[in-house]
Design a protein around this ligand. Structure first.
Ligand SMILES: Nc1ncnc2c1ncn2[C@@H]1O[C@H](COP(=O)(O)OP(=O)(O)OP(=O)(O)O)[C@@H](O)[C@H]1O
Ligand SMILES: [Mg+2]
Length: 329
């Protein structure tokens, strides 16, 4: 593969959120790449910065949040200094996002046909008939029967699973090359969840899209992604090929998560990650050393200051004093 296969290139992404107690460091120096036709899963406990990372990429951060990044390139175009208007143009055409709750993206006041066609007409300069045809084609593709008749319906007339499918169709309307799906199914019941994730994986493979999939479910990571990035307290603490990380997790936090992997028949898919003793540290104020140190069985004095990164891309990399042998290196 050459450099042109890189659809998303994030280097040194930081997101700070202004709070009454001071700046909250929601995302801290996060770097990753996603290639054409590849899925990267972002995993980690609630509050570790997964959604802020994806919103920062999409230019959809809340007002109180400030983004800083060395590089944020989509299809080779660096957006780190780009104006909002340029990012808006790319969002909806080259990149799209799927949210956990479809009503974040769907407007209850408009028929779904209008919502599906609006961006297509705007970004592609298509006629309303062309946009309608495209909408029907995509609704069928995401498994919605009688697609033509659905166009006149309003979001509240659809079940949660159907809304989720409509949102996926909407994200695909303009043929994006990058898709970010933030916990796309956790609001649904387990059977529908599995169907939606399978649908996303099939579409991603068929259309050769680069996808970032955010999930709490390590079973999903194992089934769907080739690359995984494990986040903790705003940082990526371990990343690399799923097969390597699942067979030999190096960071004690990843080891903890995998120790909690759901056991078929004993735990439901989509269940939250299991418990690792202790709590996530506050992200307000200065943060030094390893944020996991106070929950880690291997912690040493060194962890409170500088933490090295081991490994080299495209292989496994981890941010810890422990080397590949499991002892400080
Ligand atoms: N609007 C906001 N104002 C202040 N702090 C926020 C805001 N949104 C998020 N945060 C904080 O930013 C940090 C990262 O949040 P983020 O939503 O990215 O976590 P997450 O990994 O997506 O969690 P979850 O798995 O629960 O969705 C958290 O500490 C959260 O409390
Ligand atoms: Mg989130």
């Amino acid at each position: 593969m050459n450099g042109t296969d890189i659809v998303l290139d994030v280097q040194g992404l930081t997101v700070d959120i202004a709070t009454p107690r001071g700046a909250l460091h929601a995302v801290r120096d996060v770097s990753f790449q996603v290639r054409r036709g590849e899925t990267l899963c972002l995993v980690g406990e609630s509050g570790c910065g997964k959604s802020m990372t994806s919103l920062a990429i999409m230019g959809l951060l809340p007002k109180a949040a400030r983004r800083n990044t060395r590089r944020l390139a989509v299809l080779g175009e660096d957006l780190s200094k780009a104006r909002g208007r340029r990012i808006n143009a790319l969002r909806g055409s080259k990149m799209a996002m799927i949210f956990q709750e479809p009503m974040t993206a769907l407007n209850p006041a408009y028929a779904i046909g209008e919502q599906l066609t609006e961006h297509y007409i705007h970004h592609r300069g298509a006629s309303s008939q062309q946009a309608r045809d495209r909408a029907v084609e995509l609704l069928e593709k995401v498994g919605i029967a009688s697609a033509g008749q659905r166009l006149a319906q309003y979001p509240h007339q659809l079940s949660g699973g159907l809304r989720q499918r409509v949102m996926i169709a909407m994200a695909l309307m303009c043929g994006p090359e990058l898709l970010i799906a933030d916990e796309p199914s956790t609001a649904l019941d387990v059977t529908i969840q599995a169907q939606i994730l399978r649908l996303l994986a099939d579409l991603q493979a068929e259309l050769g899209i680069a996808m970032v999939l955010i999930t709490h479910d390590l079973g999903v990571v194992a089934r769907i992604a080739r690359q995984v990035a494990v986040m903790y307290a705003g940082q990526i603490v371990e990343e690399g090929p799923v097969a390597d990380i699942f067979s030999a997790p190096r960071h004690p936090y990843t080891q903890g998560l995998l120790g909690c992997i759901p056991v078929p028949g004993r735990s439901a898919p989509g269940e939250a990650l299991g418990t690792i003793p202790g709590v996530v540290p506050s992200l307000v104020g200065e943060l030094r050393g390893c944020a996991f140190a106070d929950r880690c069985a291997y912690a040493q004095a060194q962890c409170l200051t500088a933490v090295p990164i081991h490994g080299q891309p495209p292989g496994q990399q981890w941010r810890c004093i422990l080397g590949a042998e499991g002892v400080p290196a």
